[in-house]
Design a protein around this ligand. Structure first.
Ligand SMILES: *Cc1c(COP(=O)(O)O)cnc(C)c1O
Length: 457
C-alpha cells in the first residue's frame, strides 16, 4: 500500500475553538510573545510540542482500568519492565516521572566533576542535567546537521573522527559515556543510521566507554532507517528498534514521545551496578524504584503504548503526516529544514526573516506572528533555546534558528495540516512586515520556557 492513511478511526472527539483577531492580539501580548505562555484555550491548532500530547488508543484507556496502584511491587511495573526488556532489550528499568527525571538519575550516577560528555547535538534538559552533575557537553554531530539545506539522509550521525579526537584530547577516564540521540530533536528531527550507531559502538568499545541512548524518538528514527538505509527496507520497525538499542548500554526515555502516553519515562540500563545506584537515587527524586513518579495505571498504558508504537502501519502514518505538511511547504517555496524530520516541520527563520539579526530573536518573533496569523501555536528552537555559555555568560548563537511545527501523535487530521500550510504561506507573503523582539525577562534555567519579550519598534 502506498498511502500513509491512519490505521485507526476516531471514537472520541475534543472540540477546539478558533480565537478572534482581538483575542489573539491580547493573548500574545499577555504571554510576553512567548508561545509557551499562551493558554491552550487561546490556541486553535496546537503544534507547540509532540510531548505528552498523544491521543491514546481504546486499548490504552482499557489498560488504565487494570492498573495496579500498589505502592511497592505493582503488577503494572512488572508489565512495563517486561515490555522494555522485550522491545528495547535492556535488562533493568527504573520508571521516572518523565524523561528529565531519568536524565537526572543517569547524570548523577555516571558523571563526576570535570567530565566531558560528547553528544550528537545537545538537548535542552539533557545538557542541563549533565552540567548540573559537573560535566561539560561537547558536540560531535556531523557538520551537515548544522546546515538546514543539506540533504544528507542521516543528519543525526556522529562524526566518528571528531568523537575519536575528543577521546584522545580528554582521555577515556574523563568521558563517562557518549550521549546519542535518535532522532536529533534540535537538528530538526534528523535520524542516525544503524551503520553509524555500530561505528560508535566499535569505537567506544575500544576505549571502554559507555553509550547512552536518548530513546524518546527511537521509533521515528527506525522508520527513517527502514526507508533510507541500504538493506533495511524489508525489516520490521520492531527489529530495527531492537538492533539500535543493542549498540548502547542503556537509555533515558521520555515516554511522552514515541511510546504514546501523556506522562512518564524511564531509565533502562544493562549494568547492574549502575541500576543499583540509579534505583537508590530514584527514592530521593522520583519515588520508589517500582513506580518512580508514575501511577500504576500510567505504567500500564505505557506498556501498551510501547507495543503499539512499534507497529509498522502506525509509524508510517505518523511520519507520513509530517512529510505531507513539509512537502506542501517545500512546494510553496517556504524555507524549511530538509530532509523533513520525524516529529515536525522546522521553519528556517534565518532564511524566512533575513532582515532580523539573530540577537533580535527571529524564530521567537516568527512563532508569535504565526499565532497571530492563524491561532496555530509553534515553538522557537534557536538562540533563545540555546541559552547562555556556562563560563562566559554570553548568549550561545546556534547556526540553526528554527520554528518547530510539532505534530502530536494521532491527534490532527490532514485538513488541519492544510490549514497550517496555508497560514505559513500567507505569513511568508507578508514576511517583510515582521519585526524582531527584545527580551525583557530572562529566567536563569531553560529560559525559553518562561522568557518574556516585547516587539522592537
Ligand atoms: C522531551 C525530550 C527529553 C526530556 O523529556 P521530558 O519527558 O520532557 O522530561 C529528552 N530528550 C529529548 C530528545 C526529548 O525530546
Amino acid at each position: 500500500m502506498k498511502t500513509w492513511a491512519e490505521p485507526f478511526k476516531i471514537k472520541v472527539v475534543e472540540h477546539v475553538r478558533i480565537p478572534s483577531e482581538q483575542e489573539k492580539q491580547a493573548a500574545i501580548r499577555e504571554a510576553g510573545y512567548n508561545t509557551f505562555l499562551l493558554r491552550s484555550d487561546e490556541v486553535y491548532i496546537d503544534l507547540l510540542t509532540d510531548s505528552g500530547t498523544t491521543a491514546m488508543s481504546d486499548r490504552q484507556w482499557a489498560a488504565m482500568m487494570i492498573g495496579d496502584e500498589a505502592y511497592a511491587g505493582s503488577r503494572s511495573f512488572y508489565r512495563l519492565e517486561e515490555a522494555v526488556q522485550r522491545y528495547y532489550g535492556y535488562k533493568y528499568v527504573v520508571p521516572t516521572h518523565q524523561g528529565r527525571g531519568a536524565e537526572n538519575l543517569l547524570s548523577k550516577t555516571l558523571i563526576k566533576q570535570g567530565d566531558i560528555v560528547p553528544g550528537n547535538m545537545y538537548f535542552t534538559t539533557t545538557r542541563l542535567h549533565q552540567e548540573l552533575a559537573g560535566g561539560t557537553f561537547t558536540d560531535i554531530i556531523i557538520a551537515e546537521a548544522h546546515d538546514p539545506a543539506s540533504l544528507h539522509p542521516f543528519k543525526g550521525n556522529v562524526d566518528i573522527a571528531k568523537l575519536e579526537s575528543v577521546i584522545q584530547k580528554y582521555g577515556a577516564e574523563r568521558i563517562p559515556y557518549v550521549s546519542v540521540a535518535a532522532t536529533v530533536n534540535l537538528a530538526g528531527g534528523q535520524p542516525i543510521s544503524l551503520e553509524n550507531l555500530r561505528a560508535v559502538r566499535e569505537l567506544t568499545n575500544k576505549y571502554g566507554i559507555k553509550v547512552i541512548l536518548d530513546a524518546a524518538r527511537i521509533v521515528e528514527n527506525a522508520f527513517f532507517i527502514q526507508q533510507r538505509e541500504p538493506g533495511q527496507n524489508g525489516r520490521t520497525i520492531a527489529a530495527i528498534v531492537k538492533e539500535s538499542c543493542s549498540y548502547t548500554d542503556g537509555c533515558t526515555m521520555s515516554a511522552k514521545k514515541d511510546p504514546l502516553v501523556n506522562i512518564g519515562g524511564f531509565l533502562a540500563v544493562n549494568d547492574h551496578a549502575v541500576y543499583d545506584e540509579a534505583a537508590n537515587l530514584a527514592v530521593i527524586y522520583e519515588g520508589l524504584h517500582t513506580y518512580g513518579g508514575m501511577a500504576g495505571r500510567d505504567m500500564e498504558a505505557l506498556a501498551t503504548g510501547i507495543e503499539e508504537s512499534l507497529h509498522d502501519d502506525h509509524i508510517r502514518a505518523r511520519v507520513g503526516q509530517i512529510l505531507y505538511l513539509g512537502q506542501k511547504l517545500i512546494d510553496a517555496g517556504i524555507p524549511i529544514v530538509q530532509p523533513i524530520g520525524g516529529h515536525g516541520v522546522f521553519l528556517d527563520a534565518k532564511a524566512f526573516l533575513p532582515h532580523i539579526p539573530q540577537e533580535q530573536y527571529p524564530a521567537q518573533a516568527l512563532a508569535a506572528e504565526l499565532y497571530l496569523e492563524s491561532g496555530v501555536r509553534s515553538m522557537e528552537r534557536g538562540i533563545v533555546s540555546a541559552g547562555r555559555n556556562k563560563e562566559t555568560g554570553e548568549e550561545n548563537k546556534p547556526k540553526l534558528e528554527l520554528v518547530r511545527l510539532t505534530i502530536p501523535r494521532r491527534v490532527y487530521t490532514q485538513a488541519h495540516m492544510d490549514v497550517v500550510a496555508e497560514a505559513v504561506i500567507n505569513l511568508y507573503a507578508r514576511r517583510d512586515s515582521i519585526r524582531g523582539l527584545k527580551m525583557v525577562y530572562e529566567p536563569k534555567y531553560l529560559r525559553f520556557f518562561q522568557a518574556r519579550f516585547e516587539p522592537l519598534t
